[in-house]
Ligand binder design. Structure first.
Ligand code: BGC
Length: 883
């Protein structure tokens, strides 16, 4: 071969990991890649796969595959073994031409064989009394390494949270390890490369342990501590390979008397409430060899069934940039010690790292965090409830760099108290944290307020994708509320590749479902207050169907869908038992709040979020009908025609019941609300009667006009009201609702200075005061579900087949917006749209990735064309005028 092909394979990945990865559990992992440009039709792909057991000879194999096999190619060789390392590169070949090799992908298997996880969980022997504000232990050991190794790994997990240090240096970059899973069932075992950190001679390993979700207080209404256990422990297995072929293993254990523990300088730690650090208790050099640990106790073994350890698909929580202080204002001074309020400019999940100096031993500095300020300029801490987000540092008189370790805060403002003298921006960093996922979606328009709203959606997503999808990142709650992600998943999946993150969470949803007999209100489920015995509620429980389906539409991964099928089916089968004979869901649940319905409808009073204008049975039945329809599609996708047919009959029955019970002959609905019409239209509950669909669209438009563009939907209706208007030809009303900036509206939040999307339309009231409801957050993603409409209608991009194999490009300009652009990195490559509306011309540029087909519809819906891979630009006389 001589000539060079300019197109190359790019972005090689294994399963749904974003790039290189250690410690995976799949022995026959699937491979994916994309191409740098349009691939010639007769080109082929060659994979070069290098396999190697640690410190052994590598075996290189060439695997010819089709150029279109590039999404989730089944593993083409014999299954991989525990610890095996793989390097994959790819190139294109065509007749006598060949491309450059792609950048290599590296991955490695973890301890896939359960009985090879030989370490034990170890920690302090004593129990820590009744308080849940207790000292956090350290664990250390030393071991001798005869020579510099060629490879070394640390396999790490914990009951609680763990940070590891080796010879004084941190291991890895993850925080909140091992993450939150339903620990009764499964606990993640992480793999770290420690080859470079090991030295010939004596080495020291140290572990900080923290209460975290395992033992710390979690949840609301007082929450609960010790949910999963009352004793912390670390699991550490070190495996070292030498050039001469020899191996060495070190296991955490309680019998060889080489593992020691002591209470560390963190005197209390809680994910929500904050962390206390007493530097006077610091033991310098405790993770260095030769440290005198004679005062430490030997560890005890903490019972745990190692078969529950599993290799993560869950992405780790990591730092993603910083927010420098925007303003620093002095609020008080006493004897040379000062108090300050710092504005970091962005509300999100982050932590402050302070450069401690000029403090005498015993001096205390504290940092309290809050999302917003009260009108008098003080921190608004009331909405945090018990989760006060207060960190304290007691100095030992030495300079230090201090960042809390096992707590995490949702805030924009921080009050630093007890600082010596001036506080400047150089005294601190504010570090942003969330689960490491790849951003795959972008959006921009000519309207800056709209762009800010989109940024706010992104920030609320990031803030709440920390190990599990939470409702909010700040108050004493932070639970995996199923309803919130049920509504937000289409937006989330467009913006980030959430495949691993959400599939991981769905494993726990399924196990909670088995345990509690229903899809609980939140997962991992813990009984609290009136939520102690889960019952099926619409939208929340529908996550069992909507989240798997949304993932499938984005990834096209049938294997993943198949593994989530039982969850979806059990939900449908359960709820079918709560339907009245006419197919309406009105027989359950029996508990104080009942259905949550159009939760947080803007007319609901601050203390009664469940009071809504739309009938709860209407909302529940509409969502269930949609779930059954999606489940039919799942059955079809997985080749289960009989089930598809059986559930299709159920869907039709519910559809008839819905119309009969909730839609009058003249098209009016029993709840004459934006939410009711929106659900009926978008969930196709009227499509068998086109005149009813038209009437519903007209009535919805009339309601919007009558409200002068005011939003009147809560959680349930909000994602669907703009799509319903758009779908029924009322684009103008859709834009007027979307662009309103009066309370309640999306842009009201932007105008009020919001940097995230809020839980309530009016979390901050027009006079600048904080909503008096005890449930007021400034960082909930559910109302941000509007971004899905921004992507499909302003930007103009929608998947029409699983995995974006086909998609639709159909921007519908309006509301005076003259430019739009959006892109999504599909499994096949980038799909992108950019358009501009000038006085008399509409111009659009479209990128279609290899292996996909796009249908392009110009504004006004007239010309439509179907195109395959390529870059296209078209212009035509403007169908819409620039207003
Ligand atoms: C949460 C919500 C959740 C709701 C359900 C709230 O406290 O923050 O987002 O879905 O409760 O009741």
């Amino acid at each position: 071969m001589s000539a060079t092909l300019s197109v190359t394979p790019v972005h090689l990945t294994v399963e749904h990991y974003p790039g290189d990865v250690l410690g995976i559990g799949q022995t026959v992992p699937r491979l994916s890649w994309q191409y740098s440009d349009v691939v010639p039709a007769d080109a082929k792909t060659e994979l070069e796969i290098t396999r190697r057991m640690p410190a052994a000879q590598a075996v290189v194999q060439s695997v010819p595959v089709g150029r279109a096999d590039n999404v989730l190619l089944p593993w083409p060789l014999t299954p991989l073994n525990a610890r095996e390392q793989v390097i994959v590169r790819a190139r294109l070949t065509q007749a006598d031409a060949v491309s450059e090799w792609s950048a290599p992908l590296h991955f490695e298997l973890g301890l896939t064989v359960a009985f090879e996880r030989e370490a034990a969980f170890v920690g302090p022997a004593q129990l820590d009394g009744h308080t849940d504000h207790r000292p956090q232990p350290l664990v250390r050991t030393e071991f001798v390494v005869p020579a510099k190794p060629v490879q070394a790994r640390l396999y790490l997990s914990a009951l609680g949270l763990v940070d590891a240090e080796l010879n004084g240096q941190r291991v890895g970059q993850d925080i909140l390890t091992p993450g939150w899973t339903q620990y009764d069932d499964r606990l993640e075992l992480w793999t770290y490369d420690i080859t470079q950190q090991l030295q010939a001679g004596t080495n020291a390993l140290g572990f900080w342990l923290g209460d975290g979700w395992y033992r710390g207080r979690v949840g609301f209404k007082g929450g609960q501590a010790n949910v999963y256990g009352d004793r912390l422990g670390v699991f550490a297995q070190v495996e070292i390979f030498y050039a001469d072929g020899s191996e060495q293993q070190i296991f955490s254990n309680s019998y060889d008397r080489q593992w020691y523990t002591v209470n560390g300088p963190i005197t209390a730690s809680n994910l929500f409430e904050g962390e206390d650090y007493d530097a006077r208790l610091t033991q310098p050099g405790w993770t260095m060899p030769g440290f005198d640990d004679s005062g430490w106790d030997t560890v005890a073994q903490i019972p745990f069934d190692n078969r529950k350890l599993e290799l993560p698909i869950l992405p780790p929580v990591r730092a993603h940039g910083q927010h420098p202080a925007v303003t620093i204002a002095k609020t008080g001074e006493h004897k040379g010690r000062t108090n300050w309020i710092v504005d970091f400019g962005q509300n999100c999940t982050q932590r402050v790292r302070l450069h401690i100096h000029n403090l005498a031993a015993g001096d205390q500095v504290s940092i309290q965090h809050a999302e917003v300020l009260e009108k008098d300029g003080s921190l608004s801490t009331r909405p945090l409830r018990r989760g006060q987000q207060l960190d304290t540092y007691i100095s030992n008189g030495e300079d230090a760099l201090w960042e809390p370790r096992f707590t995490i805060h949702g805030f924009r403002y921080a009050e630093v108290k007890g600082w010596p003298g001036e506080l400047t921006a150089a005294d601190m960093e504010c570090i942003v944290y969330y689960s490491a996922m790849k951003q795959v979606g972008q959006f921009a328009s000519s309207n800056q307020l709209v762009n800010r709203l989109h940024d706010n959606v992104l920030w609320s997503m990031r803030s709440n994708f920390v190990s599990i999808p939470t409702d909010c990142p700040q108050r004493d709650e932070r639970l995996g509320w199923t309803g919130d992600i049920s509504l937000f998943a289409p937006t989330a999946d467009y913006l980030y590749d959430t495949s691993s993150f959400l599939s991981n969470w769905l494993v726990d949803v399924r196990s909670d479902q088995k345990k509690w007999g229903t899809v609980p209100f939140y997962t991992p489920f813990i009984p609290f207050a009136e939520w102690s015995s889960p019952q099926a509620i619409a939208i929340w429980g529908d996550a069992a169907v909507t989240v798997p389906w949304t993932l499938y539409m984005n990834s096209g991964d049938k294997q993943q869908l198949a593994s989530q099928y039982a969850l979806a089916q059990a939900w449908i089968d359960e709820v079918r038992g709560y339907l009245s004979p006419d197919g309406v869901w009105d027989r359950k649940p029996h508990y104080s709040l009942g259905q949550l319905g159009d939760w947080l409808d803007p007319t609901a009073p601050p203390d009664d979020p469940v009071k809504a204008m739309t009938q709860k049975e209407l909302v529940a039945t509409a969502f269930f009908a949609r779930s059954v329809r999606l489940f039919v599609k799942m059955a079809q996708a997985l080749d289960r025609p009989e089930e598809a047919e059986r559930y299709e009959r159920l869907a039709q029955h519910i559809g008839r019941g819905f119309q009969h019970r909730f839609v009058h002959a003249d098209g009016r609905m029993t709840s004459d609300t934006q939410c009711a019409y929106a659900l009926a239209i978008v969930f196709n509950l009227l499509t068998d009667q086109p005149e009813l669909q038209t009437k519903a669209g007209n009535r919805l438009a009339a309601l919007v006009q009558a409200s002068h563009g005011q939003v009147s939907t809560g959680f349930a209706g909000t994602p669907y009201v703009l799509p319903a208007l758009t779908q029924t030809g009322h684009l103008q009303e859709a834009y007027s609702l979307f662009l309103s900036d009066k309370c309640p509206s999306w842009l009201y939040q932007v105008k009020m200075g919001g940097t995230t999307t809020w839980e309530r339309w009016d979390s901050m009231l027009p006079d600048g005061s904080v909503n008096p409801g005890v449930m007021t957050s400034f960082n909930h993603y559910s109302l941000g579900s509007v971004a899905a409409w921004m992507h499909s209608t302003i930007g103009g991009l929608t998947a029409t087949a699983p995995g974006w194999r086909t998609f639709r490009v159909a921007p519908q300009p309006g509301g005076g917006i003259t430019q739009g652009q959006t892109s999504h990195e599909t499994p096949y490559g980038l799909a992108a749209v950019t358009w501009q509306l000038r006085a008399d011309e509409f111009q659009i540029t479209v990128t279609v990735p290899n292996g996909t087909t796009a249908t392009v519809v110009m504004p006004g819906g007239t010309a439509s064309k179907t195109v395959t891979a390529g870059h296209y630009t078209w212009s035509e006389p403007a169908a819409v005028s620039v207003q």
